[in-house]
Design a protein around this ligand. Structure first.
Ligand code: HSE
Length: 316
């Protein structure tokens, strides 16, 4: 019997300076798999089983699960192209906490679509799949943004184009940066964290946003990593969202005092990240965050890098 497994990593949305347009995949350096996984096998009729550390936080009925929605959406697309389908049994390993700012919903969506596409012998190309992933992500957060689904699917650090093809561009990676990430254990809804933002920004904020993004992209291409890090400042969301995050100012102050290159909110939070020059610096900051930023038993910290690869498919 054919079984496909798809693992889709956690990701940082926004990466501070690129609200809704920049994202990065995450891979813990100790080899921990920080991401959701789906298994797809043939069956008489469709079914979804949920397992894993955060499965108990998912809606109780399978029909409300985003993976079920992905499956039906995928079926519709297949049928509209006159392609054959057969029922499958899906198991979702829900390893990422919900409302964590680690791209938890994106991880389930990407694993589901990438897994289904592999199971049915790759009917859709990457760009079509990304569009489908963005649409489903939009159903959850209230607006379509690709800053989690794109890096989760493709790996690396990705910049959204605003066009339909290509949806995203990959930015150069560097091996020098380590990311200390910490999930505090509380849940922040993306929709609520978007509602808290002003609907318009003033001229000076718009100019800073544009300048930073331009400098950042140039600096990565030129290999000027300290210049790139110097513009990783969130002028759009952090000033408003940090009020939702207990301990945020203290965590940032510690990270700055240790000489981290940058510090910010991952996606809509509460996860925070510090960009570090060395693994030792990232470990020290991750230890501090574990002791001081985590609010309950669901929280955790990791030292990560941005992996080249995103979603991993295996078959047996
Ligand atoms: N760019 C989105 C936001 C990411 O910050 O609202 C949410 O995960």
């Amino acid at each position: 019997m054919k079984v496909i497994r798809a693992y889709a990593p956690a990701s940082i949305g926004n990466v501070s300076l690129g609200f809704d347009v920049l994202g990065a995949a995450l891979a813990p350096v100790d080899g921990t798999r920080l991401g959701d996984e789906v298994e797809i096998a043939s069956a008489e009729q469709f079914s979804l089983e949920t397992v894993g550390a955060f499965a108990h936080k998912l809606p109780g009925d399978a029909d409300s699960n985003i993976v079920t929605k992905c499956y039906y959406y995928f079926c519709e697309k297949m049928k509209s192209e006159g392609r054959q389908l057969s029922p499958v049994a899906i198991t979702l390993h829900k390893n990422l906490p919900i409302g964590s700012g680690l791209g938890s919903s994106a991880s389930s969506i990407v694993a589901a679509f990438a897994g289904l596409n592999a199971y049915f012998d790759s009917p859709f190309d990457d760009n079509t799949l990304l569009t489908m992933m963005g649409e489903l992500e939009g159903q959850i957060s209230g607006s379509i943004h690709y800053d989690n689904v794109a890096p989760c699917f493709l790996g690396g650090m990705t910049l959204m184009t605003g066009a339909t093809s290509p949806v995203t561009l990959s930015l150069p990676l560097n091996d020098e940066w380590y990311y200390a990430i910490c999930y505090s254990g509380i849940s922040v809804s993306t929709a609520a964290a978007r509602d808290i933002l002003p609907k318009q920004v003033d001229m000076s904020t718009a100019l800073t946003f544009g300048r930073q993004l331009g400098v950042f992209v140039h600096a990565l291409h030129a290999g000027e990593f300290s210049l790139a890090a110097s513009v990783m400042k969130d002028v759009i969301a952090e000033p408003y969202r940090k009020s939702l995050l207990p301990g945020f100012d203290e965590a940032r102050a510690y990270s700055d005092s240790e000489g981290a290159l940058a510090f910010g909110i991952s996606g809509s939070g509460p996860t925070v990240f510090a960009v570090c020059n060395s693994k030792a610096q990232a470990e020290k900051i991750a230890d501090y965050l574990s002791s001081n930023y985590i609010q309950n038993e669901d929280g955790f910290s990791h030292v990560c890098q941005v992996p080249k690869l995103g979603t991993l498919i295996t078959s047996e």
